[in-house]
Design a protein around this ligand. Structure first.
Ligand code: DAH
Length: 320
């Protein structure tokens, strides 16, 4: 049994302990519950670490240059066509390289995360209705497939904090796959991609953020754009904004349509504090938005479901 499987078994056993609470004298219940919760948190952290380590060894053992053959017959002899990267992955590279050219570091998000990174570290109050707004999935063990790439903010702030002490800025972009329990239709998918940006320095402003975002969108669409913002609400930014671009004529716009491309704002002091950054000395901004939507506009696509559909006609048309 792998280390993570062993730990998961322990977690299952621990979950059974909760049933004992009701048989305890009332005065002992709170302490007992606290103790189990603490053990549960510890176990979940150990499971995440064990899974990361196991993943690393699997990847190291994979030889991606090995010749590939279907049932022993090479594709050339089967008359099979050559495959290509998924169009979204190609676009994701395009997106990250624009930010890299602006000096941003790139960190990938996790596919499985936890309550702390999904909500607590982002200043969502316990029991706050904003938590429900994210329609997040949960595993039986209580892990969360992330519903946004903001789950990485706390880690990025902690990891890059030493730069601030050297008088440098934190400038990081996080692409990643996210999951929501959505009713699927042409504009909503349960699985999609987002890209998050995090920037912290002693004196950055909202003006700097808008300049970066304008630069990004104009580079990605290869043309000048009209942009605007409107007030938004996110627990992890204050103030919070929604960022819109006017749909360009060359991409089917009729001069009257504004498209909401992402959420953004100045990082809430509590989020900085939780990562050990002094909000009186430093300030930052962050943003996050969907990649699928960005790509759909670029190529005039009208159904987000194609991306996860494995429809070969669609994939071939967009493949490069
Ligand atoms: N995570 C938000 C969402 O998925 C988007 C977002 C809003 C990200 C504001 C940010 C931000 O970093 O500052 O709805």
């Amino acid at each position: 049994m792998s280390k993570s499987a062993e730990l998961k078994q322990k977690l299952k056993d621990l979950n059974l302990e909760y049933a004992k609470i009701k048989d305890l004298p009332p005065a002992e219940r709170a302490d007992f519950g606290k103790k189990i919760n603490q053990q549960k948190q510890d176990l979940m952290r150990q499971i995440a670490a064990a899974e990361d380590a196991e993943l690393d060894t699997t990847v190291a053992a994979l030889d991606i240059t090995a010749p590939f053959a279907v049932n022993g017959t090479p594709p050339s002899l089967l008359g099979a066509e050559q495959g290509s990267r998924h169009p979204l992955m190609v676009e994701l590279d395009r997106v990250t390289s624009i930010y890299q050219n602006m000096g941003f570091d790139i960190v990938e998000s996790k596919q499985l995360d936890d309550e702390f990174h999904m909500f607590d570290s982002l200043n969502f109050a316990k029991g706050h209705p904003a938590r429900d707004g994210y329609d997040s999935f949960r595993t039986e063990e209580g892990f969360i497939p992330p519903a946004h790439t903001s789950t990485m903010q706390h880690r990025v702030l902690k990891q890059f904090k030493p730069k601030l002490a050297e008088g440098k800025t934190i400038a990081v972009v996080v692409p990643g796959r996210v999951y929501r329990n959505e009713d699927v239709d042409a504009t909503h998918e349960h699985t999609f991609y987002q890209c998050e940006g995090v920037y912290v320095s002693e004196d950055c402003t909202m003006g700097n953020m808008l300049a970066i975002l304008r630069e990004f969108f104009e580079s990605y669409y290869g043309q000048k754009l009209n942009i605007k913002t409107q007030p938004g609400y996110f627990p992890f930014t204050e103030p919070s904004l929604e960022f819109l671009i006017e749909k360009p004529k060359s991409l089917g716009g009729k001069g009257d349509g504004w498209l909401e491309m992402l959420g953004c704002g100045m990082i809430h002091p509590n989020v900085l504090k939780m990562a050990g950054i002094d909000p009186h000395k430093y300030q930052g901004f962050a943003w996050g938005g969907g990649i699928d939507r960005l790509v759909m506009l670029r190529y005039g696509l009208n159904d987000v479901r194609y991306f996860e559909s494995a429809k070969l006609d669609f994939l071939k048309e967009l493949a490069c």
